[in-house]
Design a protein around this ligand. Structure first.
Ligand SMILES: C[S@@+](CC[C@H](N)C(=O)[O-])C[C@H]1O[C@@H](n2cnc3c(N)ncnc32)[C@H](O)[C@@H]1O
Length: 420
């Protein structure tokens, strides 16, 4: 255990309160009250049954207790720095087919093997850790590839008006007295995302170009034909969503899946029974986008001029390279990426008011609402066309509601392109 991260005063404060935790009218009432809300959110993120779940800074075990009541076949570990709280947590009797173990340990030095955990929860505990970045790096280490981290953080924004009114040292002191000691009270959502990306954790994000292109027309179809239907568009940051579909986390996946489709084709040719079907929705054409009076907007956009520019990359997974960089590498060139964002909308806004250039799907420009401020140029190198496909489990084929949704998506896609 790392001594500087252990704060004796903080632990003593929690230990003192231990016996009151299970009383819903005690000072822990807010945590009891927000539990259903945050657990519903966690349930919607990824399945938990049969997975190894770790709750870091588990306190008195309130979150795992609630999960225990909602789920079967849980394999949970509750980790906390304070043994007194863990003693209270250990009085919990989990359901007959659930297993919950409690371990004493430090969030920034997790006593767990690399890749040994499927899901990590960390709820309202991060401000208590000495270093959010160190904790997120530990999460990246112990999560198996494809594992998930769900964090609920209390973010005290350094530029919030309430903080600016008074010197931030005073505010930090007040927070320490009421809730702390907090080694790192101030954090913003942007900083949290940055720290997570630096730790190698990818953020799940909606592919805004695809959703923005298809959803307006799809919603019109739903309104006219099936007003009782509700749709949920969830983030997709993988090019292989087979697991998502098999785990019933999604009914359909929409995106660009070149390697996956090649793999399915090889399997099919080899006589294997393939359990997925797909259908092309549209073909995206990518163009170079810049502000209207950008120096590159006049004269031909040569490969050398393109490579000498300063670039903005749209990357949904947070990876610092994309298909453009792969295409440039194939011709022995590279470009300088100054900024990576994960939304096409953000990309449009940034290039409209800067010297950066980016690459966007041509049809998406209309959706940015910034067409007037931007100009497009053909890319001065070959990039493969981006085929946007709908993918689903073959076993859903005979399901009438599913068939309607697939067909409605195709119509929505046709409508979106007819309008552009
Ligand atoms: C506000 S409580 C949140 C408890 C629980 N997650 C919940 O929401 O009910 C913060 C918890 O973090 C624990 N904690 C503080 N520093 C820690 C560290 N470095 N490693 C593990 N747990 C820590 C505290 O003992 C306390 O139980």
């Amino acid at each position: 255990m790392n001594a500087p991260n252990v704060d004796a005063a903080e632990l003593a404060k929690f230990s003192e309160l231990a016996h009151r935790w299970w009383d819903p009218e005690s000072e822990f009432r807010p945590l009891h009250e927000i539990n259903p809300l945050r657990l519903a959110w966690i349930d919607g993120l990824a399945p938990l049954a049969g997975r190894r779940v770790l709750d870091v800074g588990c306190g008195f075990g309130g979150s795992l207790e609630a999960l225990d009541r909602r789920h079967h076949e849980l394999r949970c570990l509750g980790l906390n720095l304070d043994g007194e709280q863990l003693r209270v947590a250990a009085t919990l009797r989990p359901g007959p087919d659930n297993l919950i173990q409690w371990i004493r340990g430090d969030a920034v030095h997790l006593p767990l093997a690399d890749g040994s955990i499927d899901r990590i929860l960390c709820l309202e505990a991060m401000p208590h850790f000495a270093d959010r970045g160190a904790f997120l790096r530990e999460c990246a280490r112990v999560l198996r590839p494809g594992g998930r981290l769900a964090v609920g953080d209390l973010l005290v924004l350094p530029d919030a008006p309430a903080v600016l009114d008074r010197r931030s040292d005073d505010v930090a002191a007040v927070l320490d007295t009421w809730l702390g000691p907090w080694p790192a009270p101030f954090c913003s959502p942007e900083l949290l995302v940055e720290l997570a990306a630096a730790a190698g954790l990818a953020r799940r994000e909606v592919r805004d170009a695809t959703a923005a292109t298809l959803m307006p027309a799809l919603v019109a179809i739903i309104q006219a034909e099936a007003p009782q239907v509700s749709l949920r568009v969830v983030p997709l940051t993988t090019r292989d969503p087979r697991r998502l579909l098999e785990d019933a986390q999604a009914d359909l996946a929409v995106g660009y899946f070149p390697a996956l489709l090649a793999d399915l084709a090889v399997r099919e040719q080899g006589g294997e029974a393939v359990s997925f079907e797909h259908r092309r929705l549209y073909v995206g054409e990518y163009v170079c986008v810049m502000r209207r009076d950008h120096p590159l907007a006049s004269g031909p956009l040569t490969l050398s001029r393109y490579c000498a520019a300063r670039h903005l990359l749209v990357s949904f997974s947070g990876r610092p390279w994309g298909f453009v960089d792969e295409a440039l590498a194939a011709v022995g060139r590279k470009r300088r990426i100054v900024l990576t964002v994960n939304q096409f909308f953000t990309a449009g806004r940034v290039v409209a008011s800067s010297d950066l250039v980016t690459v966007l799907p041509r049809h998406f420009l209309r959706e940015t609402g910034m067409r007037e401020a931007l100009v497009t140029r053909p890319l001065p190198f070959e990039v493969p066309p981006v085929h946007v496909e709908a993918l689903w489990l073959r076993s859903r084929g005979g399901d009438a509601a599913h068939a309607w949704l697939r067909e409605a998506l195709l119509r929505a896609s046709a409508k979106a392109f007819e309008a552009s």
